[in-house]
Write a protein that binds this ligand. Sequence first.
Ligand code: ADP
Ligand code: ADP
Length: 228
Amino acid sequence: MIKLSHVTKRYPNGHEALHDVSFDIAAGEMVFLAGHSGAGKSTLFKLITRIEKPTSGQILVDNQNLSRLRDNKIPALRRDIGVIFQDHKLLMDRSVFDNVALPLIVIGMPHDEIQKRVRAALGKVGLSGKEKQLPITLSGGEQQRVGIARAVINRPSILLADEPTGNLDDALSDEIIDIFADFNRVGVTVMIATHDFRQIERLGNRTIHLAHGQLMNLAQPVTHQPNP
Ligand code: ADP
Ligand code: ADP
């Protein structure tokens, strides 16, 4: 579903954020992407969603070669990938309903259908009945659930979560990760960037480790390479 072959990303300022990264995530898999701040996790997500292009190497998402993807196919790619951020990026002056409905309003879906879908998505994340509230009146965990509902509203086949539990305590983090596991159980491919090793141990899923832009092979002693 997501396949990287020898991907290197060098930003215009010369900084190499990823170096020769290769991995393959099967459809229906849920993997963790572990690595400290600056390891290249966000860059990886930007490459998968075609916000950035690799300097070299190949990225396949659902059998599409992103380097060859025409610009007019990018919206469809992004609709098939739900992205969740640590700070959830909600519109604080709009209701929960409006926040979750936004991706459907953008594609011009009829209002009745939007209402049905928003209700269903809020149900899946445990926020039924909160449609009219402003995000500011919700707890941090609930705000993150709104972000997840918005990310799944187009029924994407891939979910990418960038530090989704970064601001939450252990109990709330468990609940949020379990929501991702629920979507994974119905077939969604899930990739969660985190440095919360508690979650990785708790779930035991395959984990891709990044350090200074490179994959770490944990079977080998880890030697940290200085950034070029
Ligand atoms: P992470 O998400 O793991 O914290 P990032 O992918 O955000 O890592 O960043 C990896 C490295 O690339 C960092 O050193 C960061 O400073 C650098 N970086 C990220 N974005 C840019 C950019 N647009 N231009 C230059 N350097 C960048
Ligand atoms: P209902 O049949 O009650 O409308 P659905 O099972 O269609 O409920 O799904 C409700 C919501 O859950 C969807 O709008 C979507 O947000 C999310 N969802 C369910 N299945 C998937 C899936 N396979 N991929 C992504 N999101 C999904």
